[in-house]
Design a protein. Structure first.
Length: 296
């Protein structure tokens, strides 16, 4: 039995540096009854704008993949909220399903970790949410390019490729590490920007990394960069999910959205996404509880 229901609120977090506000969904522990809530094409059982339960709660941020949506991690967010975590799901401006104008640029490599920092700052200072958060501590869950985002925010030093920079030259991306990041969950992470020597040497937090056996977007060498790059292998838990694909980590889609021309809805033949997500939710929750116990 869970102690909480899942509260749900939507905000636009200002980002003065870039000018684009960061649309952010907050899913949090509450006691009000849940009811079906529409989130674009999805429905989520939640208590819209309910009062937050008394904390303190660990903060979790989920970073979506390039050209994606935070809504495709809605089931994981709700599960964690029901067990006492506050989850922020930002939509990365100009790198989402509605506006992907900065895809494949050094600018988005710099912007994404800043989006995470900005949402974190905003939440810790928020009059309703801030007092209910464990202070100065957060975890990041990142899928695909969200995995890059998590590693960069935790101290990774990325290098942009020539095709991503205005002058056509490789360049170190200017990212400010955030000491409040205490643990990471990497789901099929994209890591190609961390191949330089010592690029991940400052990432010294517990990491759960889950990769997909049949991933044709971020194959296993991406995981190898993390395994070989972090300074303390004892802090890294890595599991490869048998027969999973790159998009298997996304919440199951409604039946009308499952068709071959929509790759995020597709899995390798024989893979049971709904059953896997029961296991995924439990594994991520267990890891975050261990990590929070070690850092709070």
């Amino acid at each position: 039995m869970t102690e909480f229901t899942a509260g749900l609120s939507s905000f636009e977090v200002p980002d003065p540096q870039a000018g684009d506000p960061i649309p952010t969904l907050i899913v949090y522990p509450a006691h009000a009854p849940e009811q079906p809530e529409s989130l674009g094409p999805y429905t989520l059982s939640a208590a819209r704008n309910a009062e937050i339960a008394p904390g303190p709660f660990p903060l979790i941020l989920i970073s979506h993949g390039t050209g994606g949506s935070p809504l495709v991690y809605r089931d994981l967010a709700r599960h964690l909220a029901r067990y006492g975590f506050l989850i922020a799901l930002p939509e990365h401006p100009r790198n989402n399903r509605n506006n992907n104008s900065l895809a494949n640029t050094a600018a988005i490599l710099a912007n994404r970790p800043r989006h995470i920092r900005r949402v974190m700052d905003w939440l810790f200072a928020h009059p309703l949410f801030g007092p209910h958060l464990v202070p100065d501590a957060a975890a990041i869950i990142g899928h695909s390019l969200g995995g890059y985002t998590a590693l960069a925010a935790a101290g990774g030093i990325p290098t942009a490729y020539p095709h991503e920079t205005p002058d056509g030259q490789s360049a170190v991306v200017d990212v400010t590490p955030d000491a409040r990041v205490k643990s990471l969950v990497l789901l099929a992470p994209a890591t190609a920007w961390f191949t330089a020597a010592d690029a991940l040497s400052a990432v010294r937090v517990p990491i759960l990394m889950l990769t997909a056996e049949k991933d044709d977007h971020t194959p296993q060498w991406h995981a190898a960069i993390v395994r070989q790059g972090v300074p303390d292998p004892a802090l890294l838990e890595h599991k490869t999910i048998a027969n999973a694909g790159h998009f298997s980590f996304l919440s199951p889609f409604p039946a009308p959205m499952i068709y071959a021309a929509f790759p995020p809805s597709q899995d390798p033949e024989g893979f049971d996404r709904p059953a896997f997500h029961v296991e995924l939710n439990a594994e991520v929750l267990a890891f975050l509880r261990r990590a929070a116990g070690a850092s709070v």
